[in-house]
Design a protein. Structure first.
Length: 95
């Protein structure tokens, strides 16, 4: 059962989505964002691309990210937020 990672352009949430098969994932519309219900989620294709984006964050952008995480914490499961933060920490550590 493949797991793909998506990012929601509306609220910035990254989330994992389980698909029953690779064929289903390739043919289907993106999953609905669990935080805001947006339907424009983009699949995160490569880890390298994500790292490049995060590496370009300015302090003010980082502050906005943190504020957004705080906001998301009110509407998304705590476990999901922890996972998101852990993922970012890991990526920062690789740079
Ligand atoms: Zn969203």
């Amino acid at each position: 059962m493949p797991i793909y990672e998506y990012i929601c352009p509306d609220c910035g949430l990254t989330f994992d989505h389980f698909w029953p098969s690779i064929q289903a994932a390739e043919g289907a519309a993106p999953p609905v964002c669990p935080a805001c219900g947006g339907s424009q989620a983009q699949r995160i294709i490569s880890q390298v691309a994500v790292l490049g984006e995060l590496g370009g964050l300015t302090p003010s952008e980082q502050a906005a990210e943190n504020a957004q995480a705080e906001r998301l914490a009110k509407i998304t499961p705590k476990e999901q937020i922890e996972k998101l933060r852990a993922g970012k920490k890991r990526q920062e550590g690789q740079r």
